[in-house]
Design a protein around this ligand. Structure first.
Ligand code: GDP
Ligand code: IMO
Ligand code: MG
Length: 422
């Protein structure tokens, strides 16, 4: 068996959580491979909304095992809160969850360091979710980090204290709430205790590879999106992990030869939350309308998402970077109300037409648009592609031909039922 991958092709929030939930019944295991509680993956089931941050989106299926891979960074406080919230719905989450001993821990001081870093950047701030992601990955690559496996060891408290002291030195004159930190430390240690006693923490790389040998089906769930990738995103306005297909190999310990299909999720338009360049951004009433109709507010921070038309050069590049074999087009219903819908096919840079993203996305880029007649409101007729309005079919066909990859899933609303599988 091979591992299939599902990832976001834009600036995150494409609707990955919904798709993973829809596809989960076909898999035995769903595994997160990077990111941490900066992610907010929304699932709507029978009119109820659930937002997951660290827990994989297969969790609502009783026969699916959910794995948090080595590439993820875990904040014990928010992780345990999330487990307790789901448990209160009557699901025994701990039985459906396995955590890699190699996953790194986010300390309360990582969050302070995140705030400090953003304060230092001033107007050039990243617009981070302030969940401590960057500083935790810095400690990982700087070889200072603490991992889930360490919480079982006698040296844990000493190593924690050493890292805490180091962070306090780094924080220097940065003003923070010392009492608040002390309270968070207590909560953090209680959460560590819960993880130690209640969760299965193992070498997930062995577990996953053995599962594949036994014929089990694995779906790797990405967080964030290709344009936020540490190497290929709009650096420095990115997150601190590898959000492309390669990130799944590193973040789970699965060899490239064991990767099966790569499914890319994108919205019928574009959004971005936080700072950084966004070539097709609409800073006008059309952008406001997409934001309102699409309820484009961050699942993790509640911030307003910036909105714009679909950007094909960016989408094509994301498909190239991950070898995407099929596409899932989300939030089509949000554009139902528009008489005209546009797609950016190229950029004009210094008067030259190109469909390549320049090294510096912040330079003067003029998007070149192709206009489409809107498809108008239409009733959801169940899972029939053929019954869709012709204008919508034209829009989809244009995208498929331009990027050379088929759209296999169409999403027409937030609920798991509002989905067409072709
Ligand atoms: P993720 O981070 O990629 O999982 O995406 P988010 O959950 O952060 O953001 C996607 C938002 O769009 C959530 O509020 C979803 O409930 C919602 N959503 C997903 N698919 C659709 C859709 O087809 N139509 C509409 N209107 N909303 C959708
Ligand atoms: P999901 O998985 C959208 C953005 C932040 C910020 C930048 C860096 O729900 O798609 P960080 O907290 O990583 O230091 O923030 O990345 N960002 C996301 N935007 N969806 C996400 O996750 C995001 N995770 C981080 O807004 O611009
Ligand atoms: Mg999200």
């Amino acid at each position: 068996m091979k591992t299939d991958i599902l990832l976001g092709l834009q600036w995150g929030d494409e609707g990955k959580g919904k798709v993973v939930d829809v596809l989960s019944p076909s898999y035995n295991i769903v595994a997160r491979f990077q990111g941490g509680p900066n992610a907010g993956h929304t699932l709507e089931i029978a009119g109820k909304k659930h937002v997951l941050h660290t827990i994989p989106s297969g969790i609502f299926h009783s026969n699916v095992l959910n794995v948090i891979g080595n590439g993820v960074v875990i904040d014990p406080i928010s992780f345990v809160d999330e487990i307790r919230e789901l448990d209160s719905l009557g699901t025994d989450i701990c039985k459906r969850l396995i955590v890699s001993k190699r996953a790194h821990l986010i300390l309360p001081t990582h969050r302070l360091l995140d705030a400090f870093s953003e304060a230092q950047k001033g107007t050039k701030k990243i617009g981070s979710t302030l969940k401590g992601i960057g500083p935790a990955y810095m400690d990982k690559t700087g070889r200072n980090g603490l991992r889930i496996g360490d919480i079982m060891e006698k040296y844990f408290t000493k190593r924690y204290q050493d890292l805490l002291d180091k962070h306090k030195k780094l924080l220097g004159s940065f003003e923070y709430d010392a009492k608040g930190l002390a309270e968070n430390e207590k909560k953090w240690m209680n959460a560590i205790d819960f993880i130690r006693k209640s969760l299965t923490c193992i070498d997930t790389e062995y577990f996953l590879n053995e599962s594949l040998k036994q014929g089990k089906k694995i779906l790797a769930e990405g967080a964030q999106g290709s344009l936020l990738d540490i190497d290929f995103g709009s650096y420095p306005y990115v997150t601190s992990s590898s959000t492309t297909c390669a990130g799944a190999c590193i973040g789970l310990g699965i060899a490239p030869s064991l990767i099966g299909s790569v499914e890319g999720v994108f919205k019928a338009y574009c959004t971005r939350v936080g700072s950084g360049p966004f070539p097709t951004e609409l800073s006008d009433e059309t952008g406001d309308k997409i934001c309102q109709v699409g309820r484009e507010f961050g699942s993790t921070t509640g911030r307003k998402r910036r909105c714009g038309w679909l950007d094909l050069p960016a989408l094509k590049r994301a498909i190239m970077l991950s070898g995407v074999s099929s596409l899932d087009m989300m939030k089509i219903d949000v554009l139902n109300d528009f008489d005209e819908v546009k797609i950016c096919t190229h950029y004009l840079i210094d008067g030259q037409k190109t469909d390549r993203l320049p090294y510096n996305l912040s330079e003067a880029i003029k998007p070149v648009y192709k206009s489409f007649k809107g498809w108008g409101k239409f009733p959801f007729m169940g899972s029939k592609f053929d019954s869709l309005p012709i204008q919508l079919k034209n829009y989809i066909q244009f995208i498929e031909e331009a990027v050379g990859v088929p759209v296999k899933l169409l999403s027409l609303g937030p609920d798991r039922e509002q989905t067409i599988l072709r």
